[in-house]
Design a protein around this ligand. Structure first.
Ligand code: GLA
Length: 416
């Protein structure tokens, strides 16, 4: 499945590249989206998260452009060094996005933010700026970018663009970044160029996830344990509500800030170090939001560690219970769910273990996007059909269905 989808999108993007730029691509970089099984809104609280890469990728197909070729020629003429410097500082990346049907030119010496906030090219410009700051300077290039990671679905479509860009620059410059440094560079691009104060989960997942494994990430030590997910009787079902409630990025930053202030009031470095007992005894010092949001974070950190152990032990019913508990906490305490996500989880839980549903919860940042459910493989089609039908009737919206095995992290699929 992974190979088929990835090779299809790669072939499409390469074809576009040839038609648009009239030559063959030299490099093809791919980076996946991710789904988080449990551990939501705790990466920025130094907790544990448990994502896997999905077999939906952002692919960038690229080749050096004329500017690069001219500057290479200059490079071979030592006497003309000054001219080389001028040319090098005027190199550009010309990038065409298939989904936006839009081309941008990014000056490589000083990749600026796009004048439209939230523009897709900001992720690319931010990563190129991070690479340049590490002296990884790609020569001028043309590129086509295509992605089948749903946008706004909480499946990290933006991290996939960032990580695909960093992977491309690695191939173009022949310099390999340390994987942690690469993920952090991409996170920084998201902070500085997209203005989203995200945690580290999405970029770490897109860089480091492995096929057939879940990635248990300790967000404090940044250590990773790859947990085999080899039980073919269990399928990861992702259902997109196809709603995105526009609540400006402020909702995310607000939670992050309140969690930090709750930790300060509890006298700990982060909520990773707090216990529910401590929280209860300091309750009067905390605002209502600080108290409830901290209660989610402390509980969710414990649930994630427990879920990882249950998966290793093959105790799927326990994993399912933890997923429902996670959803309830995100809905009632953390207040990041929405009616459509709650409806999908309710429909899944009504089908229950007899109907093949092990567990279900919202996944990602929230306020819309997707649920993730674990379902017995033999019953997954039936379950997806049943939930879709009821959701369509009750919410009046057509959901999208996706299933995925844990897929491979970012890689180069072709280099010339
Ligand atoms: C977004 C952020 C992540 C993480 C999740 C919530 O995806 O980018 O860092 O905080 O929300 O778990």
């Amino acid at each position: 499945m992974t190979d088929t989808l990835l090779s299809q999108i790669t072939a499409r993007a390469s074809d576009r590249f040839r038609k648009r730029y009239g030559r063959d691509p030299q490099w093809i970089a791919a980076a996946p989206g991710r789904v988080n099984l449990i551990g939501e809104h705790i990466d920025y609280n130094d907790g544990f998260v448990l994502p896997m890469a999905i077999d939906r990728y952002c692919v960038i197909v690229a080749a050096e452009n004329d500017e690069a070729r001219m500057s290479n020629d200059e490079c071979q003429k030592p006497a003309d060094h000054s001219s080389f410097v001028i040319r090098h500082s005027s190199l550009n990346a010309r990038v065409y996005s298939v989904s936006a049907d839009d081309e941008v030119v990014i000056p490589l010496a000083e990749p600026a933010r796009h004048s439209t906030p939230g523009h897709w090219s900001n992720y690319i410009a931010g990563v190129i700026a991070g690479c340049t700051a590490r002296n990884m300077r790609p020569s001028g290039f043309d590129a086509v970018i295509e992605s089948d990671v749903p946008v706004g679905g909480g499946l990290s479509s933006s991290a996939a663009i960032e990580v695909a860009t960093a992977t491309l620059v690695e191939a173009m410059t022949g310099v390999s970044l340390d994987p942690i440094e690469k993920a952090l560079l991409c996170q920084k691009a998201e902070h500085e160029y997209a203005g989203v104060p995200c945690g580290i989960m999405d970029q770490f997942a897109s860089v480091m996830c492995r096929s057939d494994h879940l990635m248990l990430l300790d967000c404090r030590s940044q250590q990773i344990e790859h947990i085999p997910f080899s039980d073919l009787n269990v399928t990861v079902l992702i259902i997109n509500t196809n709603v995105k409630h526009e609540l400006s990025g402020g909702e995310y930053a607000e939670r992050r800030n309140q969690c930090e202030s709750a930790a300060r009031k509890l006298g700990v470095a982060s909520l990773r170090d707090a216990t529910l007992g401590q929280l209860e005894s300091s309750r009067s010092e905390l605002s209502v939001a600080e108290y409830r949001w901290a209660r989610h974070a402390i509980g969710e950190i414990a649930r994630t560690v427990e879920a990882a152990a249950a998966i290793k032990a093959g105790d799927w019913p326990h994993v399912g219970q933890l997923m429902y508990a996670s959803h309830n906490s995100l809905r009632d305490d953390y207040e990041v769910s929405c009616p459509e996500l709650n409806l999908l989880v309710e429909l899944a839980s009504k089908i229950g273990p007899q109907g093949g549903v092990i567990g279900s919860r919202m996944t990602g940042g929230g306020f819309g996007g997707c649920t993730v459910s674990l379902v017995e493989t033999a019953k997954v089609e039936q379950v997806a059909k049943k939930i879709s039908q009821s959701y369509r009737i009750e919410a009046g919206i057509e959901p999208s269905i996706l299933t995925s095995r844990p897929a491979r992290g970012a890689h180069i699929t072709r280099t010339n």
